[in-house]
Design a binder for this molecule. Structure first.
Ligand SMILES: *Cc1c(COP(=O)(O)O)cnc(C)c1O
Length: 384
């Protein structure tokens, strides 16, 4: 454990990223990895993750926005960067200036880029997004609406160079019959679009479709890239979701905070806002210096979720506050101000997952991770 000057902090195990990348690579064979580092790499720190992934040989990154892409460039990442989402036309100049690859979210959007490129004498790099059923972004290519002419048109623009084609899975995490047939139909539509482009003499460019669950459940698609976020971070969305493979991932994140105060309560005394915890017997309470403004979801309050104090699982009691929360440490001797509490990670051989927080907060690990606050220092652990 690395100690911080702060009273709450995360530790990011950069060596574990290399292990997780190897595990992904075992699943996908020759398919290369595009490292998805959007949303500050789901709270883990985009630049540090991109640097670690670069050391693993990864040559292309995916982000959600142009500011995230520029942050990587300014941090020294020279690899290709694909913006998966929308860039407003007022920032088109930056796409060219920073050498970024833009997703074509629709045919109309591609034509706007073309106009700008023509007026300003620049050629943009792009990947064509096709919508095979997510109904979020992309040129629609679904059973009843195959906008193939639009797709073909974007490949023929003079100031937009389409270097790749991709789509996205909404239910690759679901092994139910309906979801399986939906996802397989998406794959078939994607392959069909690619084949039709080739039949027109158009090189579709690099093909990619698999997110993390796409990799776990449809690992052998053999496209040029896959797009994991969660998996190199060593987690899935929800530990209870069944998957089709058994990889051995190591979570890269741990979360720590200090004890600030220890006190004994008499029976009948209560803890925190709303007074939802009432001591039934003499109870030793430790206040710890982390709260919902650090990313500990307030929804986990009063559900008995445990954290590690001296390696002993102890329940949170009472409502989680903005900057602090309280733990029942009656079972642990010698708890003192300044002691380090583990909320996520491992202490004295005991493990605490992010998943248990997500379950009690009725969400997925993707959200819990990406809600880790900016004020939390991310300390990097790296030996290799
Ligand atoms: C976020 C995102 C991913 C990565 O998803 P994970 O489930 O974290 O692997 C892949 N592709 C697109 C288009 C995304 O938006």
């Amino acid at each position: 454990m690395l100690e911080s000057y702060s009273r709450a902090w995360c530790e990011i195990d950069l060596d574990a990223i290399a292990h997780n990348v190897e595990e992904i690579q075992k699943l996908v064979g020759h398919t290369k990895i595009m490292g998805i580092v959007k949303a500050n790499a789901y709270g883990h720190g985009a630049l540090a993750c991109a640097q670690a992934l670069t050391r693993c040989g990864i040559e292309i990154f995916g982000v959600s926005s142009i500011d995230e892409a520029i942050e990587l460039r300014e941090g020294g990442i020279e690899a290709d960067i694909l913006i998966l989402g929308y860039t407003p036309p007022r920032h088109f100049d930056k796409l060219a200036e920073y050498g970024l690859i833009q997703s074509l979210v629709s045919c109309a959007y591609a034509k706007k880029l073309e106009q700008y490129g023509e007026a300003n004498d620049v050629v943009f790099r792009a990947h064509a997004k096709i919508d095979t059923g997510m109904n979020r972004t992309g040129i629609v290519y679904q059973p009843d609406h195959k906008h193939f002419d639009e797709l073909k048109d974007v490949y023929r623009l003079d100031h937009v160079r389409v270097e790749g084609i991709f789509s996205h899975f909404p239910v690759s995490d679901d092994l139910g019959e309906d979801a399986l047939s939906f996802t397989k139909r998406q794959i078939a539509l994607f392959d069909e679009a690619v084949e039709r482009l080739r039949a027109e003499g158009i090189d579709p460019g690099a093909r990619h479709i698999q997110n993390s669950y796409g990799i776990l459940n449809y690992h052998d698609l053999g496209y040029d890239y896959c797009r994991p976020g969660l998996l190199y971070m060593g987690v899935t969305s929800d530990d209870a979701i069944e998957i089709n493979s058994a990889p051995d991932f190591i979570p890269i994140l741990s979360v720590w905070a200090n004890v600030s105060v220890v006190k004994w309560l008499k029976p009948g005394e209560t803890v925190s806002y709303g007074r939802h915890f009432k001591a039934e017997k003499p109870t030793k309470i430790a206040t710890i210096s982390i709260g919902y403004a650090d990313g500990l979801p307030r929804l986990v309050s009063n559900q008995g979720v445990q954290v590690l104090v001296h390696g002993v699982p102890c329940p949170l009691v009472g409502n989680v506050c903005m900057d602090q929360c309280m733990v029942d440490v009656t079972a642990v001797e010698n708890v003192q101000e300044g002691d380090v509490v583990c909320l996520v990670g491992e202490q004295n051989g005991h493990k605490m997952t992010i998943d248990r927080l997500s379950r009690l907060a009725h969400t997925i690990n993707n959200e819990t991770l990406s809600q880790i606050a900016a004020r939390m220092p991310r300390l990097k652990k790296r030996e290799q």
